[in-house]
Each structure stands twice: as structure tokens, then as C-alpha cells.
Design a protein around this ligand. Structure first.
Ligand code: PLP
Length: 457
């Protein structure tokens, strides 16, 4: 089992360098999706008692399978929230795997966890959270939100005995990410969702909460505030919501999975004022901080509160608390026990390039959104439906039906040109299908944008 053909090492590098050009090309081929049946006809069964051999398996991957996946960092992939890991981070992701580091406990993972913590310290410094604030890297924004909400509810319950048997209630806006509501299901909590067109204000929260019974108001354990909605890049009123949470003793969770990266962008940093009021913050380095999948992060104002909620105990885990082994144990601050040191690729890339380059790269995404708006305004058949925010642009193709938008998405992907997708926006009081761009990659050019807009004519 241990013997591997040295060819596999060469083949791995080949994939990077030449065949797919993930390292050398800025515009790699855009993969085209095909049906499972078509893939089965071309690939057949790959798992057998004797194995098909590394050469064969690799060849199938390189020649067929990978060509039917969309490289998420393609400069003309503007759908959902793309990613654009740096070359340095991608390469170090391989090193991270090869180093076989267990990232749950300092006892085993000290050197790797040290690096993660360096990267985390930078994230914390961007937020302005007070001294003592810290966090851990998670598998993504969903896991980060879940970890924060578990800590929030635990904290709420420790403040009164009756609450142990009471259902918690959390408050968020209708534009909060789907994972917030999904994680409420996981922890069996209720959600009060507030309809907002733009940024959620404390006034809107109060108004909705005042309509609840006193008993229900007492069940509120967290207000989830979004710093950069996934659909439109909207940043809720962080300062106002923070003051409200302080007044009501609610845990303030800021979901900045997508937008939090823009804390490093000087031109928009003021939009995040008040984020320092947060009890917890989600930021996904695998979205706009140029880390490969999967890397999210959860930050806590008071990590002890997270530790009280998340520390796992067991006979075989007791050794990690012995004085000679103490150190920072990432397992104590989020939902996962065994974990890869998934902050390492981010750390290496940050250490290599320096944080200034990160600020510039994030500013570039915001600048691309501005350029896209100008290009849209020049075309009479297009109309921006709300001001762009961060790196998201929403716009309509005047006169198109829902079906025409879907067809557009399909055609651009089927010809291997671009991945673009529609969404919905509230236009003149009604929800309407619109086109959406989200810019992450610094390799996206104005020519890419113009040529995509031409396909909408
Ligand atoms: C993407 C996103 C999430 C979910 O993050 P995953 O990494 O996909 O789990 C949560 N919240 C917001 C605001 C997001 O944009």
C-alpha cells in the first residue's frame, strides 16, 4: 500500500503545470458538465479488487473527469461566490496534506497550529475586536455559523436554569444566508426572520421583536447580522445592531462569510463600523481571501464562552489537558474534533505575499464591480437594479423572462465560455429574476466583463 509510483508525483505536478495549467494559466479551460450516464459510458467502473493502477486512474481524471468540472477560480466564473486561491496557497495545500498534521490539539499539531494562529491574529486585527478575542478555522461558513450559534445559545442557557428546557429563538433578516436558517434546524432553535429591502436596522429589529409575546422575547439568544449578503453584498447596520444587542443582552453574531474579507479593503472599511461589538464573526478565507477549499473561520470576542460550549471530554482525550501539553486546542472552539490544519495554505500565502497584497487584491474585486456597472450603464438593453455593494452587481436584461435567464446560463456554460447565473432582486416592489456578478478573481479583466455582457444582447 505504501509503494507509490514516483510517476504519480510527476503526474500531480503535470496537472498543475501543463495539462490543466492550474498554476501557469490565468484562463484555464472551463469544464462542461455532462450527465452521469455519459460519464459512466466513458469512465466505467474504477474500483475493483485489484485496482486499476495509478497511471490509469490518473489518466481518467486528467483526460476526462476534470474536464467536466468547472474551475471555480476561472476569471469568467462570476456566479454564486467564486473563489480564487493564490498559487502559493494551492501549492501549500499539497504540503499541508503531505505533512499529516492533526489539527485538533496543540500536543500533536503545535507547529501547524502556530501558523494558523498567526493568520488568525491578522483576521482578528482587521475586526477591531477587543484584546483577548480569537478564533479558529472551520470547514466553511456553515460550520462557523453553527459553531457560533452553539456558543451563543450555551451562553444564554448558562444565565438561567429554566432556559435549559426552553427553545431558543434567533433573529435575522430575510437576506441572511440560507445556512443560518439551516443551522437553526440543527440546533433546534426557532428563527424570527425580518423582511428588509436593504441593510437591516436596529429599528426594524425592535419593531419585529415588539410584536412577540414577552415570553418569546425572553427566548431570544442571538441576533444574526450580515456583513455582506451573499446575494447583493449588503452590510447591515452593525453599530446600531451592536448597541441593541448590548442593551438586550443578546449575542451578536456577524456573518461575514463573503463580505468579511473586505475589512482589509481601506476604501470600504468604514462600512463595517460597529463590527467590534460582535460576540462572534464568520469570515470565509475560501471565498474572498484567496484560500483553497475548504477554509472558513469563526472569531469570538470571548473565546472562553466558545470553549465552555465546545470542549469535548472523554477518557482518551484527558491527556491533552496535562500541563506539559497545554496550548491552544482548536477542537475546543468549534464543532469538529479531528481536523486538518486548514488555515495553513492561507498562512503560507499571507506570509509569502504580505497583507498589503491582500488588501490590493480585495480592492481589485470592488473596482471590477464598479467597472461592470459602467459597462452595464452603457448598454441600453441592461439596467442595474440596485447600487453595487462590495463586489456584487445585480442587473436586469430588460424584457427577459425567467426562462431566458436560465437559457443564458446554460448556453454560456455549454460552450465553455463563462459561468454566470441569475438570482432574484426586489425591483419596483416585486421579486424579479435578474443577472448577478460576484467578483473575486484578480485575473478577471474588463474584456471578460464586456464579452459576457455582449452575450445578453
Ligand atoms: C457562503 C456563505 C455562507 C456559507 O459558507 P460555506 O463556506 O459555503 O459553508 C454563510 N454565510 C454567508 C453570508 C455566505 O456568503
Amino acid at each position: 500500500m505504501h509503494k507509490i509510483d514516483i510517476d504519480v508525483v510527476d503526474m500531480t505536478l503535470d496537472v498543475m503545470k501543463y495539462v490543466i495549467g492550474r498554476i501557469t494559466k490565468t484562463h484555464p479551460e472551463l469544464g462542461i458538465p455532462i450527465s452521469e450516464q455519459e460519464l459512466r459510458e466513458r469512465i466505467g467502473q474504477t474500483i475493483s479488487a485489484k485496482g486499476i493502477g495509478g497511471q490509469k486512474a490518473f489518466e481518467l481524471f486528467r483526460e476526462v473527469l476534470v474536464k467536466h468540472t468547472v474551475p471555480i477560480d476561472h476569471p469568467r466564473n462570476l456566479a454564486f461566490v467564486p473563489a480564487a486561491p493564490t498559487r502559493a496557497a494551492i501549492m501549500f495545500d499539497l504540503v499541508t496534506s503531505a505533512s499529516s498534521i492533526h489539527g485538533a490539539y496543540w500536543m500533536e499539531g503545535a507547529g501547524g497550529i502556530y501558523c494558523e494562529n498567526e493568520a488568525m491574529q491578522w483576521l482578528v486585527s482587521l475586526t477591531g475586536l477587543p484584546q483577548g478575542a480569537f478564533g479558529v478555522f472551520t470547514s466553511g461558513g456553515t460550520a462557523a455559523n453553527l459553531s457560533a450559534l452553539v456558543a451563543a445559545r450555551h451562553d444564554w442557557r448558562t444565565r438561567s436554569k429554566e432556559r435549559m428546557s426552553q427553545r431558543g429563538l434567533m433573529v435575522c433578516s430575510n437576506h441572511a444566508h440560507a445556512s443560518v436558517k439551516a443551522m437553526a434546524q440543527v440546533i433546534d432553535a426557532d428563527v424570527l426572520s425580518i423582511d428588509c429591502y436593504g441593510a437591516m436596522s436596529p429599528h426594524q429589529v425592535i419593531e419585529a421583536v415588539n410584536r412577540l409575546s414577552a415570553e418569546d422575547q425572553d427566548r431570544i439568544f442571538a441576533l444574526v447580522v450580515t456583513a455582506g449578503t451573499t446575494n447583493a453584498g449588503i452590510i447591515d447596520d452593525l453599530r446600531g445592531c451592536g448597541e441593541l444587542c448590548a442593551e438586550k443582552s443578546w449575542w451578536m453574531h456577524v456573518d461575514g462569510a463573503y463580505g468579511g474579507a473586505a475589512l482589509a479593503a481601506p476604501s470600504v472599511r468604514h462600512l463595517f463600523e460597529g463590527i467590534e461589538w460582535a460576540d462572534s464573526i464568520t469570515i470565509d478565507p475560501h471565498k474572498w481571501l484567496f484560500a483553497p477549499y475548504d477554509c472558513g473561520a469563526v472569531l469570538y470576542k470571548d473565546p472562553q464562552k466558545a470553549k465552555a460550549a465546545h470542549t469535548q471530554e472523554g477518557n482518551y482525550l484527558a491527556i491533552f489537558n496535562e500541563p506539559q501539553f497545554t496550548g491552544f486546542n482548536p477542537a475546543d472552539y468549534q464543532i469538529q474534533l479531528t481536523r486538518r490544519v486548514r488555515g495553513l495554505p492561507l498562512w503560507f500565502s499571507l506570509a509569502m505575499h504580505g497583507t498589503d497584497r491582500y488588501s490590493q487584491a480585495i480592492e481589485q474585486g470592488i473596482a471590477l464591480a464598479g467597472m461592470a456597472v459602467s459597462a452595464i450603464e452603457k448598454r441600453p438593453y441592461l439596467r442595474v437594479t440596485r447600487p453595487s455593494s462590495l463586489s456584487v452587481v445585480l442587473f436586469e436584461r430588460i424584457g427577459w423572462s425567467d426562462q431566458q435567464y436560465s437559457q443564458w446560463t446554460y448556453e454560456q456554460l455549454a460552450r465553455g465560455f463563462a459561468l454566470v447565473a441569475p438570482t432574484k432582486d426586489l425591483v419596483d416592489g416585486a421579486w424579479k429574476t435578474v443577472a448577478r456578478f460576484c467578483f473575486i478573481s484578480i485575473d478577471t479583466t474588463i474584456e471578460d466583463i464586456e464579452s459576457i455582457l455582449d452575450t445578453l444582447e
